[in-house]
Write a protein that binds this ligand. Structure first.
Ligand code: AMP
Length: 308
């Protein structure tokens, strides 16, 4: 039985960074998420792909206990996103968003996935995200949402309706500012909390992550890498590590959420080392443990001695 359900895009991406270009590589919010979360828990993936999609390219996920029964193959072409990064790798410039099969997609959740305790609504049309919430059987399920500028600009009202129905948001800083029209991230997060969610996790690219939950605030920097190659999917990979960790320990206390942020940060640090999903595809659990230890050493310091 799966513990974590994810719905979002499985895509072919064309990516240009200052370090190279990759055409039609595997990507999509739900694929990056699943690739990461599958290191920690049993994931059920719901998405649609076109008849051009090579399903064998994602069959490696089955070896990590991912259930792919929720993938619908539709007539037409797979969702395609084309983006470019300049030397500011924090800011993706979208060149093309070809929705293709997403336009007619109705995400049907297989009966066996409906019992999942944790649900991640990865970046996709908010109308579809709402349709998924309608199908979640467990009233106690923890539902977490992500989105991006494309949907904020094209489906604002529908997005606000979904925000009112979820427990947490994992969202990047530019999108938080765009939704709330509030420059200050703490104030913006609190504004979203006033709508219903209890916790907002703000992704800040190379500046790390800020979590606001009630009156608690937690901060984590990004892992200090020397070579960042392609940031595409870093946010979804972060969310996969975060949610995968939470689902595995089956707890949403603030202390667990802080640990989950560390795990998400560790996972995202690998994702940016190669194009698309490549780095996380060939990752080992030993490498995750080693980077966690290196990250913990970066964060550790003894208590300072105050003048008495
Ligand atoms: P991230 O870099 O984590 O924010 O996400 C990058 C992934 O999001 C890429 O692999 C894209 O395929 C996917 N993506 C881009 N635009 C959209 C969109 N409008 N809706 C859903 N997924 C998208």
């Amino acid at each position: 039985m799966i513990k974590l359900l994810v719905v979002g895009t499985v895509a072919y991406d064309t990516i240009e960074t200052p370090f190279g270009r990759a055409e039609h590589v595997l990507g999509g919010s739900a694929l990056h998420f699943t690739n990461s979360a599958s290191f920690f828990t049993d994931v059920g993936l719901v998405a649609t792909v076109g008849s051009d999609f090579k399903l064998e390219e994602i069959s490696f996920l089955k070896e990590r206990n991912v259930n792919l029964k929720g993938i619908q193959v539709s007539d037409g072409k797979t969702f395609h996103w084309e983006g470019r990064y300049g030397y500011d790798l924090n800011q993706a410039i979208t060149l093309k968003t070809e929705l293709n099969v997403i336009e007619k997609f109705r995400p049907e959740i297989p009966a066996e996935f409906g019992e999942a305790d944790y649900v991640f609504l990865a970046n996709i049309d908010p109308v579809l995200q709402s349709y998924v919430i309608d199908q979640v059987k467990k009233r106690s399920a923890t539902i977490v949402l992500d989105t991006m500028n494309f949907w904020i600009e094209n489906r604002y009202d529908e997005l606000m309706d979904v925000i009112r129905r979820v427990d947490m948001l994992v969202i990047n800083e530019a999108e938080l500012r765009e939704i709330t029209k509030e420059h200050n991230l703490v104030k913006g997060a609190k504004r979203l909390i006033s709508l219903g969610p209890t916790c907002i996790v703000v992704k800040r690219g190379e500046y790390g992550v800020l979590m606001v939950s009630g009156d608690q605030i937690f901060l984590a920097p990004a892992f200090p890498l020397e070579d960042v190659f392609d940031p595409t999917g870093a946010g979804d990979t972060f969310a996969g590590g975060f949610m995968g960790y939470v689902a595995n320990v089956n707890d949403t206390s603030i202390e667990t959420l802080k640990q989950a942020i560390i795990m998400g940060t560790v996972m995202a640090s690998f994702n940016v080392e190669d194009f698309g999903i490549n780095r996380i595809k060939r990752l080992s659990y030993k490498e995750i443990e080693e980077r966690y230890t290196a990250f913990k050493n970066c964060l550790h310091f003894g208590d300072v001695k105050f003048k008495v």
